[in-house]
Design a binder for this molecule. Sequence first.
Ligand SMILES: *[C@@H]1O[C@H](CO)[C@@H](O)[C@H](O)[C@H]1NC(C)=O
Length: 247
Amino acid sequence: MKASLFVGSLIASSAAAYKATTTRYYDGQEGACGCGGANGGAAFSWQLGISSGVYTAAGSQALYDTAGASWCGAGCGKCYNLTSTGEPPCTSCGTGGVAGQSIIVMVTNLCPNNGNAQWCPTVGGTNQYGYSYHFDIMAQNEIFGDNVVVDFEPVACPGQATSDWQQCLCVGMQETDTTPVLGGGSSPPPGSSSSRPPASATSSAPTGSGTQSLYGQCGGTGWAGPTACAPPATCKVLNQYYSQCLD
Ligand SMILES: *[C@@H]1O[C@H](CO)[C@@H](O)[C@H](O)[C@H]1NC(C)=O
């Protein structure tokens, strides 16, 4: 008989579990998951937008590798469904945008806390706005707004993202920690901060040849690309394989 179904147990799972801040960057560089060609570490073109509604992003450390790796982190190639709240994390740190739009991002880079503490928290820590997670989305134009806070959850990568990921250097050589660690109360009430002065919000513009831009690689074993960083970023050694322009 067609009676009423017991759907109660299904309801709770639909709420997105986590909140994160977002910014946008574009540097045209391969990033810390090794997604780029041999020509000086230029990003694969798909990193600018894998397919409709699917992008790549630099994740904060807990999304990238909870053990602190800065190259081929365990979070490389993992995907998340981001749904815009429409709100910036504080009134002076972004204009926000449309609420309720969703995109999927695949993590192909690290947004390290060192030099980026305003947005990108440490594992277990929070950023200046009180959030535990951050996605710096690779895009040349705004997607669903300026520095919006998102609800997010891990999802299976769409097929195109999965096959694109197979081109990255870090495939099969990732760290093996338990990334991503998503847990604990990661979401403060929005707007609960912050009288801090806004620093440069949406991030770097592409730079010319010879200097590397924010988050780009600037050194490491085998690196043949630029070793100077566009000001105010400076080149910081993260490990023997990877130095990165940080501000
Ligand atoms: C992403 O989240 C939105 C809002 O919860 C949902 O409508 C959409 O189906 C989700 N997409 C995927 C691929 O999970």
